[in-house]
Design a protein around this ligand. Sequence first.
Ligand code: ADP
Length: 314
Amino acid sequence: MNAAASPPTYAIEARGLDKTYRAQGKAPATHALKAVDLAIPRGSFFGLLGPNGAGKSTFINILGGLVVKSGGRASIWGHDIDADPMNARGAIGIVPQEINIDPFFTPAEGLELQAGYYGVPKAERRTEEILRAVGLWDKRDAYARTLSGGMKRRLLVAKAMVHSPPVLVLDEPTAGVDVELRKQLWDYVRSLHAQGVTIVLTTHYLEEAQELCDTIAIINHGQVIACEPTPQLIGRLDRKTLVVTPQAPIAPPIAGFKDLTFAMRPTGAFTLTYKTSEHSVEQLLDRVRAAGVAIKDLSIEEPDLEDVFVELTA
Ligand code: ADP
């Protein structure tokens, strides 16, 4: 781990970060990041979500030195990417979206090369430990071209960790990875997080982000439109849905629910969607009974990240 004198409050901090890709041929200029302010707390498991083209990869690639920003500032682990690029680069490991593994190296060779690239002394290399952690130790001597897609992706994670960076960024790491391997990947990333590594994840799998990330930022059209602890973000949707299965089939509409959203389910259950700030379950149940409905079963559904996401980016 990077031995900074006192660890920074933010693992990554961007202020007014701006990027315009120049016009090329017939393609017009693209304002991909618009004065983005984003502070990613040290130790967080941070989700960066946004629709395609929102600017997520641009943000990550500026941090990784692959894209040159047009304006603003960014620092990684307290190191400004302009003033102190060596330390900034050394503090971050990035797992790219594209698989870019040399097909003629074995996983063990690839990790050794990467460690050499970062100047990690031989005695401090953790090739075996890392390959075991990502489940590739038994493939250590196989050519990378013989690895499956999921194995290659795990090898990318392994490569990003050779210099023990305190910040690990995963750009859409589970696209095309099957469920079992995804679980294995997350187990490893979770164990890194438990050891204190700050994790930044971009993903389209909202469920995954909801399950893994303690803080989530939503980016759209190059702007951060939300950045909050996950429960708070989900709590932004002040609504729940009461699902009632009646003892006997009912014929909708039932009277007395004009102030709520009423819907039927194919199962014969009906739903009442209500604002938690305006209605209590107890009061709703009284009203259901008052409408002459005998209740067989009921449950309450809460909004998930998908709902928030759709609402915010609509
Ligand atoms: P995301 O990762 O959220 O899908 P990107 O950062 O890849 O978004 O893209 C943001 C915007 O910048 C998009 O409109 C995209 O077309 C544009 N863009 C990305 N990379 C380049 C590039 N190298 N040249 C020109 N435009 C680009």
